[in-house]
Design a protein around this ligand. Sequence first.
Ligand SMILES: CC(C)(COP(=O)(O)OP(=O)(O)OC[C@H]1O[C@@H](n2cnc3c(N)ncnc32)[C@H](O)[C@@H]1OP(=O)(O)O)[C@@H](O)C(=O)NCCC(=O)NCCS
Length: 178
Amino acid sequence: MTHVILKADADDAAKLAELAAITFPLACPPGSPPEDIAAHLADTLSEDNFRVYLADPDITVLVIDAGGELRGYSLLVDRPAKDPHVAAALTVLPAVELSKCYVHPDHHGLGVAAELMHASIGAAAATGAGGLWLGVNSQNARAIRFYEKSGFRTVGTKSFRMGNTVEHDFVMERPIAP
Ligand SMILES: CC(C)(COP(=O)(O)OP(=O)(O)OC[C@H]1O[C@@H](n2cnc3c(N)ncnc32)[C@H](O)[C@@H]1OP(=O)(O)O)[C@@H](O)C(=O)NCCC(=O)NCCS
């Protein structure tokens, strides 16, 4: 696949929401109620949400662009962690949050995600941060393995409410300069 990794712009909001609707369910544990997934998509990953993210100076969105089709994205937030469990767990500060990292299932296992991660680490480095952190569902074994391969280690846990369910996330971090 010929692709480039680019910083997203405001025109990408609709395509990002479309991609998020395909990829977010893949990160949810088996048995997640479909209505909770739909509510999360509507509340957090809609086209309007992405428009807001793309206009936020503290947020960087990177996309894998294959001839105009988006095949993956990451979203970085350059703000101190609000969650007290996260704030207490992080060891490398200041830290940027890798809030979202999603690749279209057609492109899993091809090394494209590693390219997106490399670009995301570069974008975090450009903010002057020392660390990069993320939350990943404790049942998402594939993503956890990918993050471990990408130099992250688990430093804590946090809870994440989706609908009526409380999900448990691992908090992982890596120094930007390994
Ligand atoms: C997470 C994601 C970006 C990683 O991209 P990818 O192309 O799948 O990553 P890779 O193939 O390089 O690495 C995945 C690793 O997990 C392993 N793996 C796959 N399924 C697994 C499973 N069920 N249990 C444990 N490991 C698993 C793979 O073998 C590979 O490890 P290896 O290279 O040592 O063999 C991608 O899978 C994705 O977008 N998933 C859906 C959305 C998601 O979960 N995003 C993360 C939200 S926090």
